[in-house]
Design a binder for this molecule. Structure first.
Ligand SMILES: Cc1cc2nc3c(=O)[nH]c(=O)nc-3n(C[C@H](O)[C@H](O)[C@H](O)COP(=O)(O)O)c2cc1C
Length: 187
């Protein structure tokens, strides 16, 4: 079993990286193979709405980072996507990836179907729930299975590392990891 975690923050080693890596660490403790990717390191271009993927050609935008990331989605059993909240929303960096992976998957054999999807959102003050729901929209419209935790998967923090001190948020992520691992074992 394999889990992919993607941080949609352009800030390296920031709060979203911490949150996504926390979920992956919990999964690793349960014996799940994990991989972390930062969109700060591998930014992808947004969807061009060319609809070439609808012709079964995959995504035709020249973008080595996307070509690297897409097979990671296809190979993973669980996908954890994290984003900082930016003006009440997920980052354009993460939405660019979602738009393209989602479109290619829908038109390319629906390969996300029945994978597990979990979203994580971090904000200084507010907007986490909207961003959490925004990412879940992608999972749910891709026929993915979205497990719960003891609360919504949200953390509070502004400066780098602050979210790691949000004790309830961290506990929520640890419980989320346990629930994802439990589900994976049922598969
Ligand atoms: C462009 C921008 C917009 C932001 N908008 C919000 C917001 O709407 N609500 C909020 O509480 N924090 C907002 N923040 C703060 C970040 O969500 C917060 O610092 C978060 O911890 C950053 O995560 P990161 O370290 O993973 O980048 C914003 C930050 C930036 C750079």
């Amino acid at each position: 079993m394999k889990a992919l975690g993607v941080s949609g923050s352009p800030r390296r080693a920031g709060n979203t990286d911490i949150a996504v890596q926390r979920v992956l660490a919990g999964l690793a403790r349960s014996g799940v193979e994990t991989e972390f990717v930062s969109l700060a390191e591998f930014p992808v271009k947004p969807c061009a709405a060319c609809y070439e993927c609808a012709k079964g050609r995959g995504c035709v935008i020249p973008d080595p980072n996307f070509d690297l990331l897409l097979p990671k989605f296809a190979r993973s059993d669980a996908i954890i996507l994290g984003s900082p909240v930016w003006f009440g929303s997920a980052t354009p960096q993460l939405m660019a990836l979602i738009g393209r992976v989602g479109s290619v998957a829908r038109r390319g054999g629906n390969f996300l179907r029945r994978k597990i999807g979990a979203s994580v959102a971090v904000a200084r003050r507010a907007g986490q729930n909207f961003t959490f729901a925004q990412i879940n929209m992608f999972f749910l419209a891709s026929e993915m299975i979205v497990p719960g935790s003891s609360y919504w998967n949200v953390l509070t923090g502004k400066e780098k590392g602050e979210a790691g001190r949000d004790a309830e948020g961290i506990q929520t992520l640890d419980t989320l990891a346990e629930n994802i691992a439990w589900l994976l074992k049922k598969f």
